[in-house]
Design a protein around this ligand. Structure first.
Ligand SMILES: [Zn+2]
Ligand SMILES: [Zn+2]
Length: 449
């Protein structure tokens, strides 16, 4: 007990923030308790889903308003409630976010960037890494991409930041990839179970960024059965060298814990000790909880391991009662596969392709067509995306979007450092194509700051 008290003091000293999930924040208390009492995979899933839907509709207060998020070039929220503006239908933005979660996550980032804390861990839910730029509903339990909310607020407050996001959730972080697809100042690395074997079925090597940020998206699709050995190999041999090359101002770990060997939804074999060791190597400024569905078998051990690693404390004594090192030993075929995969990933980062893998060139635009399924809400969205191939900035992005819920709408996204030409073009497109053509139910132009 005395030892633990000492540890507590050290934890506070090094600035570790443990934000206990929603317990102190009223609204989530019952869901949290229910969640931790769940005793099988089915119940966990149901509780998890209920929690992810619970705060919908609460407006973010203060400095984190939906409008500010939009102005930073990240489109988050539902396209609904059309209002009339000079005879033209415009979008009223509806934040799709819990107040507590947004505040906590942004506050976590601010504490680190302001120097008040050295590192921080935002233990918040629901997760967000499946939520994309355009959001018609809930996908993979995610409503809004909380990390993007945090990052864009930090950029607004602390100026231009080079940010590296290392997503270690077992599922591909397709929402975060989508948001930063064409942002050269954000390196997104996702190591996940191969999409041929797990939701959302994406996250392959050729997906390496839009035309203005080729190579800035790095996918590492790992084979089922990857254990501590594989995760640590990837971290040492790929992730750390890439971080060294990119030189970010801020490193964020999307710390999903569904790669644990007890997780009911996935097929990996990571232990709490392995996770802590990986986190110690990454040494992120901020860790953010994402998925993790083994509520009693994994989360208490993994979260403790992450806390200790962030605090620079030994984590070897974290003991998982049912851990069987022999049974969980990674198969040699998996080890060989990962070794070859790492070589390919490194090679691609240093020699990125000259054009994106998906889509085609159409004059000064790079176009691609996408179908996005919202598994939680049972919605289908269709997108036509065009990114301007601009020599002076990452390029204006135009997204035509429609879903079972929303008629065809137009979203224009200006990058943070948009050039005058892209700005003028966006303005003209809003006035002509957008407002006068009558083709769109909603028109929205955001970003450019
Ligand atoms: Zn996950
Ligand atoms: Zn431009």
């Amino acid at each position: 007990m005395k030892k633990w008290k000492q540890h507590q003091g050290v934890l506070q000293l090094v600035g570790l923030i443990i934000i206990v999930p929603l317990v102190a924040w009223g609204f989530g208390f019952r869901q949290t308790v229910k969640l931790w009492r769940a005793c099988n995979a089915r119940q966990e899933m149901v509780s998890r889903l209920a929690e992810s839907r619970s705060g919908v509709g609460n407006e973010l207060p203060g400095s984190v308003s939906g409008k500010q998020i939009l102005n930073n070039g990240v489109l988050l929220g539902q396209l609904e409630r059309p209002i009339r503006d000079n005879g033209v239908k415009m979008v009223k933005y509806t934040p799709y976010l819990t107040r507590e979660e947004g505040e906590l996550q942004v506050h976590t980032g601010e504490l680190v960037l302001s120097g008040e804390r050295e590192r921080a861990f935002a233990l918040v839910r629901p997760p967000g890494h499946h939520a994309m730029r355009v959001t018609h509903g809930n996908r993979g339990f995610c409503n809004v991409n909380m990390e993007a909310v945090m990052i864009e607020n930090l950029r607004r407050r602390f100026g231009p930041l080079r940010v590296a996001i290392v997503d270690t959730d077992c599922h591909h972080g397709d929402g975060t990839q989508d948001i930063y697809w064409n942002d050269p100042d954000t390196l997104f690395i996702s190591m996940h179970q191969d999409g041929r074997t797990l939701y959302p079925g994406t996250g392959f090597l050729p997906e390496c960024g839009g035309p203005g940020a080729l190579g800035r998206t790095v996918n590492i699709p790992l084979p089922p059965g990857t254990g501590d050995e594989g995760y640590l190999y990837v971290t040492k041999n790929v992730v750390l060298p890439l971080l060294e090359a990119f030189k970010p101002d801020l490193v964020i770990n999307s710390a999903g814990q569904d790669n644990h060997y007890t997780d009911p939804l996935t097929n990996m074999q990571l232990s709490a000790h392995g996770y802590a060791a990986m986190n110690a190597l990454l040494n992120p400024h901020i860790a953010v909880l994402e998925g993790g569905y083994s509520i009693r078998g994994a989360l208490p051990y993994v979260n403790l391991g992450i806390c200790l690693a962030l605090a620079g404390l030994p984590f070897e004594h974290v003991h998982e009662p049912d851990h069987d090192a022999k049974a969980l030993k990674q198969r040699p075929q998996v080890t060989e596969y990962i070794s070859r995969l790492c070589d390919d990933v490194l090679n691609q980062y240093h020699n990125p392709p000259s054009r994106p893998s998906e889509g085609h060139r159409d004059g000064e635009w790079w176009r691609r067509e996408r179908n996005i399924y919202y598994d939680t809400d049972g919605l289908s969205e269709h997108q036509n995306e065009g990114i301007r191939l601009c020599p002076d900035c990452p390029g204006l992005t135009c997204i035509e979007t429609s879903s079972d819920r929303v008629d065809k709408s137009l979203c224009l996204l200006l990058p943070r450092n948009a050039c005058p030409h892209c700005r003028d073009l966006a303005h003209r497109l809003v006035e002509t194509t957008g407002k006068k053509s009558g083709r769109y139910a909603h028109v929205l132009c955001i970003g450019g700051q």
